[in-house]
Design a protein around this ligand. Structure first.
Ligand SMILES: [Zn+2]
Length: 391
């Protein structure tokens, strides 16, 4: 492991990074000079200088720069020009062990599972039977590679609903709000599951059916690309709200536990790879302006590790490098550093692939967009194309 750079160097590097307009060049520069950890940790000096540079003290950074040993910045600057960085492609996680979970009890009111999961069925409702096409990665415009009826992944959402204060004397209000929400979700066929604030797991739409949770969306693993995930993926929503202006939602410890046992059960039942578990912010795209991040629930702060998954925020955003989507820089101002990292890595992957194809980024992106339009044109029903709820 590289020795952590000292505070002055980090401040200086952060200052210099702030002057590099291109995000990928910035990423390369920062990765080569500091390694990953410092760059993306908002608590670090560089994190602060990098993400809030307008508020950071330029004077301190500048003084630090002047105090640096001669040659330090020159060699650092040369390093990042040495060539493309190598990033892992989506889903390259190697062999993985799926959880071993089985059903213990099932009746009209609830189900229980061997890992302690209990699913409440009072609001369970049917919808259209799931059936969807999958595309071989890199050959999406060659037509579907097959059809599936079992879910291939999980998308995590936030309900963005009313949140009474989480205290004992508000229990009645919390329950009342939760029940109203569940009725609404049931009516809208909004998700497959909702985890309420006490950590109860409610099935809304049956697993065998599609739910209106992700609308226009894209994800990929190391073999296949999935487009519009209402059918392809299960939607699991957490009863929580994104903090205004921060894009930061919180899950209670009870909800994290529930998400963990629910995810384990679903992965065991449908052999879902950990690489196919992502948040709505990570999968959401807008075909009208070809930008990702139309929805930004769990753009940061999803407790991947606590839920028993790898930190999939580090996966290069598939929308960017598979279909040439871009992102609004304003988006990264309101979302988390983790999410930004996925976008930057996605963009970097795009650039590497463009180079490998001997095309400019713009020309390569055009080709990818054509590929995306081709897939969309094959979607037959309106439901397949766009149905989604607000959360
Ligand atoms: Zn959502």
């Amino acid at each position: 492991m590289r020795k952590p750079p000292n505070v002055l160097l980090r401040a200086a590097v952060g200052w210099q990074a702030g002057r590099i307009a291109d995000p990928i060049d910035r990423l390369r520069f920062l990765r080569h000079t500091l390694g990953d950890r410092c760059v993306w940790d908002p608590r670090s000096e560089v994190g602060r200088a990098f993400f809030h540079r307008r508020r950071a003290s330029m004077l301190v950074a500048l003084s630090a720069l002047l105090l640096l040993p001669a040659g330090t910045m020159t060699s650092a600057s040369r390093l990042w020009k040495r060539g493309p960085i190598v990033v892992a492609q989506a889903g390259n996680t190697g062999p993985e062990t799926l959880p071993n979970v089985w059903q213990v009890e099932s009746n009209a009111g609830f189900e229980t599972y061997s890992n302690g999961l209990r699913i409440e069925r009072r609001y369970e409702v049917a919808n259209e039977t799931r059936k969807y096409r999958i595309y071989r990665r890199g050959f999406e415009d060659a037509g579907p590679a097959g059809e599936r009826t079992d879910p291939s992944g999980i998308v995590f959402h936030t309900t963005e609903s009313n949140q009474p204060e989480f205290t004992e004397n508000k229990t009645k209000a919390i329950r009342r709000v939760g029940a109203t929400l569940l009725s609404y979700l049931q009516q809208e066929h909004a998700y497959h599951y909702m985890v309420d604030r006490f950590g109860n797991v409610w099935r809304v739409v049956r697993e065998s059916d599609s739910a209106n949770h992700s609308g226009y969306s894209v994800w990929a693993d190391n073999k296949f690309t999935y487009v519009n995930l209402n059918r392809a993926f299960l939607g699991v929503s957490v009863e929580t709200v994104t903090q205004p202006g921060e894009a930061k939602a919180q899950a209670t410890p009870a909800q994290i536990h529930a998400l963990r046992v629910l995810t384990e059960m679903l992965r065991a039942k449908y052999k879902i790879s950990a690489a196919d578990c992502a948040t709505h912010a990570q999968v959401s795209v807008n075909p009208d302006n070809m930008q990702v991040g139309y929805h930004y629930d769990w753009a940061s702060n999803f407790p991947y590790v606590a839920v028993g998954l790898p930190d999939n925020y580090s996966v290069p955003a598939p929308g960017l490098w598979i279909f040439g989507f871009t992102y609004d820089p304003a988006l990264v101002e309101v979302t988390g550093q983790a999410f930004w990292r996925g976008l930057l890595l996605g963009e970097d992957q795009l650039r590497q692939n463009a180079t490998a194809h001997g095309l400019s980024v713009a020309a390569y992106r055009k080709e990818l967009e054509k590929r995306y339009r081709q897939v969309l044109s094959e979607m037959k029903t309106k439901a397949e194309l766009s149905k989604e709820n607000k959360g």
